[in-house]
Design a protein around this ligand. Structure first.
Ligand code: ADP
Length: 471
């Protein structure tokens, strides 16, 4: 990744624009320039030469007084080498499971101009930690950006933007601007697809991370956002979209059920378990029913016929065996009257210790079940709406290869290779990046945006001179 990031970088300065022959320099009318200059409270972001930073060289951790916060910050930053204007806002997307926060910071230990976008998440239950973190940003980071005290503004989206609106405003003493969630998702995705190199990729077993270069001609597409629940948006143009469907069987379902069924303590733990589990220990396969392939309708013996379909029988068999072995092997009755078990291998009280399947088997099976289901619904939606590009976002994916492989395979299989699934490195941050970009006036977050006031004024003077000369 290090060389890739370095390769993608375009040096500072106007030459960066000139290096892209397919994108001619925009001419800007005097009206446009004046409008941009005088627009109050607006700051533009210059994404010229933006690239994803190699994690090894990520921003040094913020000093937050040694306070331990259960945050995750392993998503790579995005370096914006040409952005020099002050940024005095941060953006948060407060969902049912996670808060996703995006903020801009200057380079701490570098003489380079520009700065970077930082990505951080918190469990929504930890809203207080998130508020503390935002206070820290208000008091330290944003000042380093050249912002003045009291200038901070929080762009907020997701359901929590409403639920926690008063709490955030009161705790920070700042303006909180709320933005529509679906629109933010789409704006964020458009930004990643069109502007950030090595962000969007396709996935297959043989070519796991095949990057697609940024491109302009992106509509129409289907966005499948897999968060706690799943939303599917048909996007036909900038800010033109319709929510065409969704399902409540999403990331929250996996998170919740696996916390009940396995001993996993965190989402990452669940994914790690799924890595080495064997779903065929719990799933009923075509081969379990037919003893081989069901060739007549094209089903292989390894196709999952019923997720978790073998569990009931095997659990009953294990219990019967325990009965036969006498009272010493039986679990004591539980206070709630339910039949619980004390499992050593799975860490779950619901799995008999001698069951022929484990927590990891269950994790893998449920991950497949949910991903396959979403993949199939996504395909059907794309078919109904005649869309061949399908982008998968949301923190559920979390760069996990089994998840991406399942989704990608489902799209390829059902569409007979006619439709393409795409993934993103910042898949969980579409909404928060969209909210971040909404702070900007026209052209924000677009490669053609002008940032430098002097340059704009010079252009205005030139335009006026030309107009006078030709009259
Ligand atoms: P929402 O906006 O509904 O919170 P997200 O896009 O943030 O949705 O995705 C939330 C889902 O992501 C969770 O339900 C879970 O499946 C998954 N997830 C990824 N990372 C984590 C984590 N660190 N903690 C909890 N869930 C996580």
């Amino acid at each position: 990744m290090a060389t890739a990031a370095a390769d993608a970088r375009i040096p500072n300065g106007d030459s960066a624009v000139d290096q892209q022959p397919h994108k001619p320099r925009l001419t800007t009318s005097t009206d446009e320039i004046n409008n941009t200059i005088i627009r109050p409270g607006s700051v533009k972001i210059n994404v010229e030469g933006a690239f994803i930073v190699d994690p090894d060289t990520a921003t040094p951790a913020l000093s937050n007084g040694g306070r331990h916060s259960p945050t995750h910050h392993e998503t790579s930053d995005i370096r914006l080498p040409n952005h020099t204007a002050v940024v005095s806002h941060i953006a948060i997307d407060i969902g049912g499971s996670l808060i996703k926060l995006v903020y801009f910071s200057r380079e701490v230990d570098s003489t380079d101009a520009g700065g970077r976008l930082n990505f951080q998440n918190f469990e929504t239950d930890r809203i207080d930690d998130c508020v503390e973190f935002m206070k820290h940003l208000r008091d330290t980071e944003l000042m380093g950006n050249g912002s003045h005290p009291g200038e901070l503004c929080v762009m907020a989206t997701g359901g929590g933007a409403y639920k926690f609106y008063d709490k955030i405003r009161e705790a920070l003493g700042v303006d909180v601007l709320r933005e529509e969630e679906m629109e933010c998702l789409m704006i964020g995705l458009d930004f990643f697809i069109t502007e950030i190199p090595r962000e969007v990729f396709t996935y297959s077993d043989t070519d796991p991370m095949h990057f697609v270069p940024p491109r302009e001609d992106i509509y129409p597409y289907l966005l499948v956002n897999i968060g706690s629940g799943v939303s599917m948006l048909k996007v036909t143009g900038p800010r033109s979209f319709q929510r065409v469907g969704g399902t409540s069987l999403g990331g929250g379902t996996l998170w919740g059920l696996l916390s009940l069924l396995t001993g996993a303590r965190s989402f990452d733990d669940m994914l790690a378990q799924a890595e080495h589990g064997d779903n065929t220990n719990v799933d009923m396969l075509v081969g379990d029913i037919y003893g081989g392939d069901y060739g007549k309708i094209g089903l292989k013996s390894t196709t999952i016929a019923s997720s978790f379909g073998k569990v009931f029988r095997m659990k009953r068999e294990a219990e019967a065996e325990a009965e036969d072995l006498g009272p010493a092997r039986r679990d004591p009755p539980a206070k709630d009257g339910l039949q619980h078990h004390h499992s050593s291998s799975s860490g779950s009280q619901y799995i008999p210790s001698d069951a022929p399947f484990t927590g990891p088997d269950i994790s893998r099976s449920l991950l497949y079940a949910i991903s396959n289901n979403i993949g199939q619904i996504a395909y059907l939606q794309s078919q109904i709406h005649n869309l061949s590009n399908i982008y998968f976002g949301g923190s559920f994916i979390r760069g996990h290869r089994q998840t991406m492989n399942t989704l990608s395979y489902a799209i390829k299989f059902w569409s007979k290779g006619e439709k393409q699934a795409y993934f993103l490195r910042h898949e969980g941050y579409l909404g928060s990046v969209g909210a971040f970009l909404k702070r900007q006036p026209r052209n924000w977050g677009r490669r053609g945006s002008l940032e430098n006031m002097q340059e704009m004024r010079r252009a205005a003077v030139r335009a006026q001179a030309q107009a006078q000369a030709s009259s």
